[in-house]
Design a protein around this ligand. Sequence first.
Ligand code: TMP
Length: 206
Amino acid sequence: MQPGKLITLEGSEGTGKSTNLGYVHDYLAQRGVPVVITREPGGTALGEAIRALVLSDQVIVPEAELLLLCAARAQHVRHVMEPALAAGHWVVSDRFTEATHAYQGGGRGIHTDIIEYLERWILGDLRPDLTLLLDIPPETGQQRIRNRRSTDRFEREDTGFFERVRARYLERARMSDGRIRLIDAARPLAQVQADIAHHLDEILAA
Ligand code: TMP
């Protein structure tokens, strides 16, 4: 069977990632693609338990945070992503390794070599076929988050943290040979989704 494709959604807080994840799902499903929607950290029982820890109010040092996220990812890759892709499903993940480069690398300042080493070890040959990067200025994202009832450990970080996260995402997009598609998510939703549809059409036709 033709193996499936891996599509990941990335971006800082308040970019409308959840809404657009639903859009990607529906767009592919309406075209007869078997889709599995998942997320990081999470996607497995262990991963969801780690997610609760990582987003909780505990004090977690950057090294522990990185390793917890990688533990969740290892379980997710082996138990969910690889079997689904091998069975011909398309996997759409709400965040994946670019988030580690942006948040733990850019945001927390962990050296790229460490993140890349862990990435190679956990992923083997697996890489996303397409990454949709929803980008907005941190102030806009933070304004959108303020309207929510409660915030998590990351959402309470300051603007400087989110500036570094965004800068690393943008740098990774520039270096990605087209795999990471930058989408201006500050525009009205219809325009954002028209861009997403265009990128999906390309990968559907490939
Ligand atoms: P989300 O559901 O809003 O995407 O929340 C997940 C949070 O976890 C988000 O603030 C980003 C953070 N995160 C990392 O810091 N590194 C990672 O590798 C992943 C997958 C998520």
